[in-house]
Design a protein around this ligand. Structure first.
Ligand code: HEM
Length: 400
């Protein structure tokens, strides 16, 4: 098997849209990623995605962003504000594990800090398993830990969540309750559509585990990178700080940061048939094509000669997203893109009418409490992965 590397924006975009290239980044993380939406191909992928996307029916974004998330956000950061600060990586995980548990359909009946911590620990382990291709750990040891985390998720959280939803679905089917009693999450959608999908118990466990970890890892890291870029950009410049009072401007900052720090710095695909791939030439079946999304998102021919620099006012070509390829594109385009990134609002638009997105909402809240870095306690990189993320990001709130 040969490996071909693509690094321009045009090559990577074309490869992501090529339906004869099959997902390959998660082959090493099979224990948790085998047969989940992100690793499926062809008709199986189309069928699964068509069912799961139903979670977004009935104005889901507005419901989640305006009704559910503000409470989660306020509850989660209150203790940190009271203490005057904390580690933003931890705060981010606490927030986003609640987000993805809601979205995936994992109930947290006790609502205690211990329960959240347990779910975070499991989610982090599952995430470590999924991104095994970039891990610096011993694969055998990691595989064992991930299998244990999966079993614990099932016993401690998933079984009860399934039982509750099945009971509600039966009540609705018997006409004893209205559809509005049903939770708005992927698990409910799958249980409703399981005649179409026919997932067995192991597949269901991996699918829900995937939703739990995929969204939380990327959301938490994106919020941390965005705050870091914003604090560095604003520095001591009062005029720049004043601009950060505008939530729409913060949303643009977040998308610029997403461009510079894509949660997945690369995508891997395998050729399913002989084909021509721009940037790689003639590619036989079985060869791997690696897409360097980190470089593609810094391609000067698309983003300008200062593409490496954080510039929230950057002018982007009309057919390109502000976040570049950070959310992917084509058949595996991120399902959480609008939830997390919102819909990019025009400068000057009314923030009350805008769909800002979860990552911008988190960053806006951090800026409201005037989160700042701590002298003598700088952010430190995450050493457990080759992905360029922070392991600790200590902040203090300078406004209570
Ligand atoms: C800033 C946050 C996020 C980023 C940067 C991100 C990025 C991505 C990327 C790059 C892909 C495509 C991977 C590929 O083509 O190989 C993807 C797929 C996906 N993402 Fe996200 N994601 C984020 C948050 C979320 C959230 C919050 C959810 C769920 C609520 C989510 C659900 C998914 C799903 C289900 C897929 C698979 C889609 C498919 O295979 O059809 N993501 N994401």
């Amino acid at each position: 098997m040969n490996i071909h590397r693509l690094s321009t924006f045009a090559e990577c975009e074309a490869a992501l849209r090529n339906r004869d290239l099959k997902q390959a980044l998660y082959d090493a993380g099979k224990v948790v990623m085998d047969g989940v939406l992100l690793t499926l191909h062809g008709n199986e992928h189309t069928r699964r995605r068509a069912v799961e996307v139903r979670v977004f029916r009935r104005n889901f974004f507005n419901y989640y962003e305006k009704e559910v998330f503000p409470q989660t956000l306020a509850e989660t950061i209150a203790p940190y504000v009271a203490e005057g600060g904390g580690d933003l990586v931890r705060i981010g995980y606490r927030l986003t594990v609640n987000l993805t548990a809601d979205f995936a359909g994992i109930d947290r009946p006790k609502r205690t800090p211990e329960e959240t911590e347990r779910l975070i620990a499991l989610t982090k382990k599952l995430s470590e398993g999924a991104t095994m291709a970039h891990s610096t750990r011993d694969p055998t040891e990691l595989n064992r830990e991930v299998a244990e985390a999966l079993a614990a998720l099932d016993a401690e959280f998933l079984q009860a969540s399934v039982t509750r939803r099945k009971a509600l679905l039966e009540q609705v089917a018997r006409g004893e309750a209205d559809e509005s009693v049903l939770p708005r999450d992927v698990l409910t959608i799958i249980l409703q559509g399981n005649d179409e999908l026919e997932l067995d118990e192991d597949q269901l466990l991996r699918e829900i585990a995937f939703y739990l970890q995929a969204g939380s890892h990327s959301t938490a890291n994106s919020a941390v990178h965005a705050l870091h870029e914003i604090l560095t950009w604003a520095g001591d410049d009062a005029a720049r700080w004043a601009r950060l009072d505008d939530p729409v401007f913060v949303q643009h900052c977040v998308h610029e940061s997403l461009r510079l720090h894509p949660a997945s710095p690369e995508a891997w695909r395998t050729a399913t048939c002989p084909m021509h791939v721009a940037g790689a030439g003639e590619v036989p079946p079985g060869d791997r094509v690696e897409l360097d999304l980190f470089q593609a998102n810094r391609d000067p021919s698309v983003f300008g000669s200062d593409a490496d620099v954080f510039d929230p006012d950057r002018v982007i070509p009309g057919n390109v997203l502000r976040s570049g390829l950070a959310f992917g594109i084509g058949l595996h385009t991120c399902l959480g893109r609008e939830l997390d990134g919102g819909v990019v609002a025009k400068p000057g638009s009314d923030p009350g009418q805008a769909q800002l997105g979860i990552v911008p909402l988190v960053v806006i809240q951090m800026l409201r409490f005037r989160a700042r870095l701590i002298d003598g306690d700088p952010p430190v990189p995450d050493m457990g992965t080759t992905r360029p993320n922070f392991g600790r990001f200590p902040i203090r709130f300078t406004k209570g």
